[in-house]
Design a protein around this ligand. Sequence first.
Ligand code: SF4
Length: 332
Amino acid sequence: MTNSSSARCKSLLGWYRRHARILPWRETCEPYPIWISEIMLQQTQVQTVLPRYRQWFDIFPDIASLANASVDTVLKCWQGLGYYRRARLLHQAARHIMQQHQGHFPQQFDQILALPGIGKSTAGAIASFCFAARTPVLDGNVKRVLRRWHALPDASERMLWQQAQAAIDISPDPAIWNQAMMELGATRCGRTPDCAACPVRRHCASAFQQAPAWNTSRKTTIQHVHWQVHLHLHPERGIWLVRREENGIWGGLWAPPITELPRAPAQSPCHIHPLTHRRLHLYALHRHETPSGNGQWCRHLTTHALPTGILRLLRKHRLIDAEHRLCGLDEQ
Ligand code: SF4
């Protein structure tokens, strides 16, 4: 252990103990709530996750209740969090735990990694937080911090894993270490680093430096997609919905039939829904013929998990109220 890495470790852990945000998943060592929080936080902001995290346990208090639920119930509970594949994989993993581990969350890193939807970084987080394993986390925040510490903006994944392992190996508490690294990346060493307020600025090769060393985030290209949303409405039966293919946008959710348009139509979209790499331009088309194919009429949208983009489109057309109840069908 070098003097510098030891001093950095001490500074970081001291800062974390004094300044860490109080978050409910940090107040437990139980694997089930920690697993749920790690999956929810993968692509969703902390402020969005907080209320949903609490609600989750009212519906699924334990792994068995999650495993026994229908996938529709799980998707419904996930509604609005996006990246619905996470919810489907949580459900599959809960069933796997019931079948292969007698309902007990596995304790070994390799067993955790084998669960559906869990990658190396998430397995590292759970194994360290719950079972004190020296397994590093390497999420986007931690990668950015490590690249900056070592002034290696182009460091490969392999190199970053080695650095992350070397760092956790000298820390006295792997759970706190991982938490502190994630906290530093989330609150000090973000896209615009706050080096003046950073506890490890004396041990960071990039402290107070200017671009381009800071620009570790890659530019994302946004693809614009134009979708026709076919609205079949019936005064008594409601709206016609189909389940979307699992491997695609809004996979496994219910939505009116959608077709992709080859180019942007002349009229403006009813709603533009942003995703990470795409902008979905949605155009509503009222259809008067009887729908065909696999689908079902739905009178109460509260029973189905619909994408937020579709709910917003229906809202703009005054077809649902604030509680997502269908209304105004007679006018169609
Ligand atoms: S000193 Fe600046 S660049 Fe280095 S870890 Fe801290 S915030 Fe990030």
